[in-house]
Unconditional design. Sequence first.
Length: 181
Amino acid sequence: MSPGRGRHLRALYAGGTFAYEARQLLPDAVTAVRPFAPGGDIALPARHLVLDLGDDAYTAGRPHPMIDPTVRAAHLRAALLDPNTAAVVLDVVLGHGAGLDPAAALAAELDRVPASERPPVLAFVVGTERDPQGTAAQRSRLAQAGAHLAPTSTDAAEWAVALIGSAAHVPVGTRDLTSTG
């Protein structure tokens, strides 16, 4: 796996805990962009970006991205098409408080852009087979769309930092960056 044409990481999280973790690896990352307006353009910064799309700035008047993926899908589309994007990180959180198929909207955005024309996407799924969505089904849908699957949030963030060549504060070790599962 090699980075996309750009040099900036776009980490688009459904919630704050994983975003907070990624910010520890990229302390100078932008943590907010102009809130999404339906039909409006999303202006990505010319720097690394770590977003908690479950923050009030993105959920005011609309459902959380774990339930309605519209806002996150729009940010993912912008990141995939932005020539400054080197890699994208996504979380998929399962459970009774999440949508029926949270990977579907993200995979649909990946399917819109040929793999050869988009930056690598690193994703991780949080949940169990006992969740209504099932981890295997969600991981399979993401892998079919070309996402590289990380076993944990930490792995995804560290892989992305290693991929973009950032001077991370956390050692990456010898993890295999070419694996999809």
